[in-house]
Design a protein around this ligand. Structure first.
Ligand code: GAL
Length: 410
């Protein structure tokens, strides 16, 4: 008996030491989880012996997850693979700190340098290396609404920000207290980027990040002023709302519009079970027609990952056609790959895929594509201050200080 217990204990210690495991780290929990869960199911079908730990830290745009990741990376206990936005969010942090493995050879063996658009590969490359595998392409510049409600209020979708302000006045006169719904700080940054792009245009936006256009330029100060007027059209309880709660207000008719990335399409369809064009409607954010403000979620391989083989298999799956066409129809995004099967996607995603091919592509600041992480992580405080005092000059000066510190244009 004693011997049998010892033997059993020994066996289980042996199996836990050798069992294949994989820890995936992301902020896709709760309402945001269905797409990731589908991808993990596919992984489990292919690798049934691997025990997968789906480690999530909830909070839209990764605000909480990024802080936890930092503690783990600096503490020497990285997850096997973690979510990070393609672009500066990963490159400006863990790549410059030499904490990531170069995935160039994986890109070569999987044929990914051709499978993904050249611009996407460029976004995830630096210093001769390729640093993460993009699982999708999301669009930031979408304005969502409830078609039946707009009809009832007798308003149409505004095409420019000045037009939006006129619509806002009309809606307020009809008793709609918050014509535009917004949520916690990062969703306000998301709105800010859309007001900037819609006011400055693609070149102006790109010039901000290359340092050619100063935040203190009268055009940018003017765009801040417009952003202030837009914020006057929003709900007063913004800071306490998640992006999902803000989306709910559109569905429920408490507000008319919401500017949010197209993960909202995934939420409307797969959590609220609404149909595109009837349950929810969309258009490009004011002033951004013909522009596609993009961001991509990607996964990387930190140096020192405990389960490297399993993590590489995970990366192979999420970069594959099957992986991307399993994940993205549920997520609201389109595949980053060029060969995805569009028949599997919703009406909304088909429209995004068409625009992705013909629009001018620019990158999102809020979601890690264009600005150095040192800028993005500090910019939330500028927005908070501006929302409190609406002083466009001082917000522009503070943003320029961040830009100088981050070395934009150097
Ligand atoms: C973005 C991310 C999306 C979605 C969204 C809301 O930053 O790229 O995939 O998760 O945040 O949390």
């Amino acid at each position: 008996m004693y011997r049998a217990v010892l033997l059993a204990a020994g066996l289980s210690a042996f199996s836990s030491a050798t069992a294949a495991k994989l820890e995936i780290f992301s902020w896709w929990s709760g309402d945001e989880a269905p797409a990731l869960r589908a991808l993990l199911r596919l992984y489990q079908q292919k690798y049934p012996d691997v025990s997968v730990n789906n480690a999530t830290v909830s909070g839209g745009a990764g605000t909480n997850a990024k802080a936890v990741l930092k503690t783990r990376m600096l503490g020497g206990t990285p997850p096997d693979s973690f979510q990070a936005h393609a672009g500066q969010e990963l490159i400006g942090t863990w790549v410059v700190a030499n904490r990531m493995e170069d995935l160039s050879s994986l890109f070569k063996s999987e044929g990914w340098t051709k499978a993904f658009p050249a611009d996407v590969v460029k976004l995830i490359s630096s210093k001769g290396g390729i640093w993460s595998v993009p699982v999708n392409v999301h669009r930031s510049n979408v304005m969502w609404y409830n078609p039946a409600k707009l009809r009832a209020w007798g308003v149409t979708v505004p095409k420019t920000w000045p037009e939006f302000l006129t619509t806002c006045t009309a809606l307020k006169a009809k008793g709609v207290a918050a014509p535009l719904v917004v949520g916690e700080n990062w969703t306000q940054q998301h709105l800010w980027e859309n007001v900037m792009v819609g006011t400055l245009g693609a070149d102006g936006w790109n010039n901000l990040w290359s340092g050619k256009l100063k935040f203190t330029d009268p055009k940018v100060v003017g765009a801040f002023t417009t952003f202030g007027k837009v914020m006057d059209c929003t709900n007063k309880d913004a800071s306490g709302l998640s992006w999902q709660q803000a989306s709910d207000r559109i569905v429920d008719g408490a507000g008319a519009f919401n500017i949010m990335g197209d993960w909202a399409a995934g939420y409307f369809s797969n959590t609220r079970y609404l149909l595109p064009n009837t349950g929810f409607g969309w258009t490009t954010a004011p002033g951004t027609e013909g522009l596609f403000v993009m961001l991509a979620d990607s996964f990387g391989l930190p140096k020192g990952a405990k389960h490297r083989t399993e993590a590489v298999d995970w990366l192979k799956l999420l970069g594959s056609r099957q992986g991307q066409d399993t994940f993205n129809p549920l997520k609201g995004s389109i595949a980053a790959r060029l060969d995805s099967d569009i028949r599997r996607y919703s009406t909304y995603s088909r429209s995004a895929a068409t625009d992705w091919k013909k629009d001018k592509i620019i990158g999102s600041m809020t979601h890690g594509a264009v600005a150095p992480e040192s800028f993005t992580s500090a910019f939330g405080a500028v927005i908070d201050q501006f929302v409190a005092n609406k002083n466009a000059q001082s917000a522009a000066a503070a943003a320029q200080q961040l830009a100088d510190k981050a070395g934009l244009g150097k």
